[in-house]
Design a protein around this ligand. Structure first.
Ligand code: AMP
Length: 553
């Protein structure tokens, strides 16, 4: 060993200390009721984080303790992102869109000791309090301003529970904290999977994994963030730490805009107009909703500042990419999972490719990986497949911000030989671009061949009368499984299933054309806004979804 380099641990507090000195006057904006924006500088955010850490320490929070949040994307939530890991405790953002019983299960499983909650979420929190048996203190953000009765909350718990107003508890503390020197491999934060695949599982991120992820996410090949950017984080802070955006923003000095609870298309459009963001991040359903509103209300909001928006969490439909291109907004397709921190790949086309059709083709892939994350495709017999753009198998990932095991739960099927089995199926081109064709469990196996449900959905959503489509496999006596196309039809359109089938006829192989069709009012969504095909399968099994047979167009 001849290295002469210093062995400095990669701790989150070092990012904070750097940002509050180098980018002290950069700002975080949070949407307020009535359309205004509150503003805090990075310096103020750092001071408030130190105050919060002192407050938590005064409540007995020690290194390794879990501190949960049940909050919208807002200033105080960002303060918790810095305070909790920097003091050596573990930040645990809870998913406020989950059924209450599941939130309770997750908080108990993580053994959260403190819960910080927005006052607007108290209707959700209050009935849960008796079941949150590990939580000793509840800190309510905005309690005083909203006239919250803290004593009544404590009584509602039916056991000993300290209840505090965030402003009162935190505001009186000094703005400095002697951050400890924690091990870079110790836990900094945790998120539970959104349950697209069964029960939620805990993923614990370390200081080192978040630090490295934040550095790389900022790279030009990925999010390409600098201090000249202002980013709207629509992706919730409970969904894979808002895809790491608060941390990457502080690494780069990029300003952050937080929508709070105002996530409907119109307030989002108005927020873009008011904050003049040039970048943003969210799942496809968010971008689809905003698009519909912008199209229905031409000129009602000036969103021309927005130049690039990260879309991930599920595949970006080509029609969505094209529509945003027409608006002057480049959708940047990225792929990842809770288990991958999340950034695994990002679809910036290769340098030198200029032909518009080629550029579009690359942008619609899931993209290329970043250096510390290794990818491989594995076939049904466990064989590693070549990157030839054709061989299709399950994607496996390995790297310093890829989960190696779930928290408090054995899942040997998911992890093997140091690799994470993603459950996603696809192929990789010789130049490293990943194309996902499906989830393992969503692939439709028809007569021994695979049909990509994603491909059928994308083609259907390219029809102007179809804002949403989800395709699931249903049992078939002859073929084993056949596709059932569940489509949402735009108000006032009269297209028939036969016409939609005909529309697909020159886009997919004939044997892949669905013969089962159902019109649905909307595609059910998961807690993070993805198409919930598990729910559609349940509806089909219960006889709630009765398809029409269309065999000839
Ligand atoms: P979650 O842990 O909730 O973020 O879900 C992760 C899963 O979302 C992945 O395993 C994929 O199935 C899916 N996903 C995320 N990003 C994409 C994408 N760009 N294209 C297709 N599927 C995606």
């Amino acid at each position: 060993m001849i290295s002469t380099m210093q062995d400095v641990p990669l701790q989150i507090r070092r990012i904070l200390e750097h940002a509050v000195s180098v980018y002290a006057d950069q700002k975080i904006y949070t949407a307020q009721p009535g359309g205004g924006l509150s503003t805090r500088t990075f310096r103020e955010t750092g001071e408030n984080a130190a105050r919060l850490a002192r407050a938590l320490a005064s409540l007995g929070v020690r290194e390794g303790d879990r501190v949960a949040t049940l909050m919208w994307n807002n200033q105080e939530h960002v303060e918790a992102y810095w305070a909790v890991p920097s003091m050596g405790a573990v930040l645990h953002p809870l998913n406020l869109r989950l059924p209450p019983a599941q939130i309770g299960y997750i908080a108990c499983h993580a053994e959260d000791r403190v819960l910080i909650a927005d006052h607007s979420l108290l209707p959700l929190v209050t009935p849960l309090l008796p079941t949150l048996t590990t939580v000793e203190h509840l800190i309510v953000n905005g309690a005083a301003a909203s006239g919250t009765d803290l004593a009544a909350l404590a009584a509602a718990a039916g056991r000993e529970l300290g209840v505090h107003d965030y402003g009162e508890l935190v505001g009186s503390q000094p703005p400095t904290y002697a951050w400890p020197d924690v091990d870079e491999r110790s836990a900094a934060a945790m998120c539970y999977t959104s349950g697209t695949t069964g029960d939620p599982k805990g993923v614990v991120y370390s200081h080192r994994s978040i630090y490295l992820h934040s550095l790389c996410a900022a790279l030009p090949g990925l999010l390409n963030l600098t201090a000249a950017d202002r980013v709207l984080a629509i992706v919730p802070q409970f969904h894979v730490l808002a895809w790491g955006l608060p941390y990457t923003a502080f690494v780069t000095g990029a300003e952050l805009v937080q929508p709070g609870p105002f996530l409907q298309p119109e307030p989002l459009a108005r927020l873009i107009e008011a904050s003049r963001v040039n970048k943003a991040a969210g799942v496809p359903t968010i971008w689809a909703g905003l698009l519909s509103w912008l199209e229905a209300n031409p000129g009602a909001a000036d969103v021309s500042s927005l130049k690039e928006a990260v879309v991930g969490g599920s595949a970006c439909p080509p029609a969505l990419l094209d529509a945003y291109d027409r608006l002057g907004v480049t959708l940047l397709h990225a792929y990842g999972m809770t288990e991958t921190s999340p950034l695994a790949t990002c679809a910036r086309p290769p340098v030198g490719v200029t032909d518009p059709a080629e550029v579009r083709r690359y942008r619609l892939t899931q993209g290329r990986g970043v250096v510390p994350v290794e990818s491989r495709l594995v076939g049904p017999a466990g064989e590693v497949l070549p990157w030839d753009g054709e061989s299709t198998g399950e994607l496996e990932l390995r790297g310093p911000w890829i989960t190696g095991s779930y928290y408090g739960s054995e899942d040997p099927d998911k992890f093997h030989d140091g690799w994470l089995r993603t459950g996603d199926v696809g192929h990789i081109s010789p130049d490293g671009y990943l194309t996902l064709t499906d989830r393992v469990k969503d692939v439709i196996k028809s007569g021994g061949e695979w049909i990509s449900s994603v491909e059928l959905e994308n083609q259907l959503m390219a029809h102007p009368a179809v804002p949403e489509a989800a395709v699931i496999g249903v049992p078939d006596e002859k073929w084993g499984e056949r596709p059932l196309a569940c489509v949402v039809l735009r108000e006032g359109t009269e297209v028939t299933f036969s016409e939609l089938r005909e529309f697909l006829a020159d886009k997919v192989a004939r044997w892949q054309l669905p013969e089962n069709w159902a019109r649905i009012p909307e595609v059910p969504k998961t807690s993070v806004g993805k198409f919930d095909k598990k729910r559609l399968r349940e509806q089909y099994a219960l006889g709630e979804l009765v398809p029409e047979k269309i065999t000839a167009s």
